[in-house]
Design a protein around this ligand. Structure first.
Ligand SMILES: [Zn+2]
Ligand SMILES: [Zn+2]
Length: 139
């Protein structure tokens, strides 16, 4: 285990963050929106209270849906965060941007109905067809 505060950042180092606490929740998301935003078969998310995340370096923002705003590094393009009016009081960060990503522990899979056919999950974590509030798929 890595001591707090954990730190992370973008590929080029222009955007950095420091976390004041452990995540509120963690999840591996298979939805198409996350897939495209990260150009990755799935995204390892971690949720925080926004005031527990201290940023350095300017980020760029875009609205990825009517509800959601995503930020990224304007220099290297690394995706950095997700915020949505559907989850007020939270900011979602990419666990893969942590300096010590092995310290991350995923709790569940969500949006597995959109999971890529060639991505084979062999862990025993709970799987949800949609959000983690939806029905669990027996594994
Ligand atoms: Zn960067
Ligand atoms: Zn997603």
């Amino acid at each position: 285990m890595v001591d707090l505060p954990q730190t992370g950042g973008c590929l080029c180092g222009a955007v950095r963050y420091s976390l004041a606490d452990v995540p509120i929740w963690t999840a591996l998301c298979h939805c198409e929106s996350c897939r495209r935003a990260a150009s990755s078969p799935m995204v390892a998310w971690m949720g925080f209270a926004p005031d527990h995340v201290a940023w350095t370096g300017a980020r760029s923002y875009f609205k990825s849906s009517a509800h959601a705003t995503r930020s990224f590094c304007p220099t290297c393009g690394s995706p950095m965060s997700f915020e949505s009016t559907q989850w007020p009081g939270e900011i979602h960060l990419y666990a893969a941007s942590l300096d010590h990503p092995d310290s991350y522990t995923p709790e569940l899979h969500c949006y597995t109905e959109e999971q890529l056919s060639w991505l084979h999950i062999t862990d025993s974590l709970p799987k949800f067809s949609g959000t983690a509030d939806s029905e669990t798929i027996p594994s």
